[in-house]
Ligand binder design. Sequence first.
Ligand code: SF4
Ligand code: SF4
Length: 290
Amino acid sequence: MMEAMLYSKRSNNSVVCRVCSLHCLINDGERGICGVRENVDGTLYVLNYEKAIAMAIDPIEKKPIYHFLQGTKTYSFAAVGCNMVCPWCQNWSISQGPKPDKYVNGISIAPEEHVNRAIRNACPSIAYTYSEPTVFLEYALDTMKIARDKGLKNIWVSNGIMSKETLNAIIPYLDAANIDYKGPDDEMYEKYCGGKATQVMKNMKQLQEAGIHLEVTTLIIPGINDQREQILEIAQTLVSGLGQNVPWHISRFFPAWQMENVAITPLDTLIMAYDIGKDAGMKTIHIGNI
Ligand code: SF4
Ligand code: SF4
């Protein structure tokens, strides 16, 4: 096990993790919400370092990133865990796998090996994706540094609730990001996922200001965020926060995990969302998962 980055020791052997904005207070013998950071005798360890759970060579458009290294393949990998608990998670078996105290699965692959695999497969970039790269920060960051040295680009696909310290750590090695933005409603975030919408927007602004190529994805989920007024609010918040030029991906929901019984997002709803986004002033909108 590797000692975790970004935590503070407290009294009684407890620690506070500062990797994401949830700032879990973790007592001795316990784990944080993500299930992959464990306090052992007052030291915080990261349990998913060098434990790859998924690897694939994807078209970059699958991330989705449509306006950076277009038409190329990206070497993509993940370790288990996520700091959110979205009941619609399409990748729940790996994002929720280690919670609350389950085995942290994965095969041993060193950061250098991921970079070598990307190069061998003619991928000009590496994507940290599928689960939540924030909670495999140490693994991602070590890989990003080697990738940058070898001339590869680094892409994060993230829910966007990392801490400012984590953003500051990754930004020097990061080239592009797709951030999942579920809507501007903090209550909705807290009720279903954890985290806050305002934190996601703050982080997206920081990425943009740092010159990182940014694209945004919103999964339109029936009964959660599919009403006209809700979509209008999402689009208007994105335009006022990030401007008109950030590509917006409207993504279709398919039944998954705790929402197996919810219907697929109707195509008409996605088209309505597209029109709403255009009316709000967005210049680039893509409908995905159709
Ligand atoms: S990464 Fe986030 S969820 Fe995980 S222990 Fe740290 S603060 Fe908690
Ligand atoms: S943030 Fe993404 S990976 Fe994490 S639980 Fe939600 S949908 Fe799944």
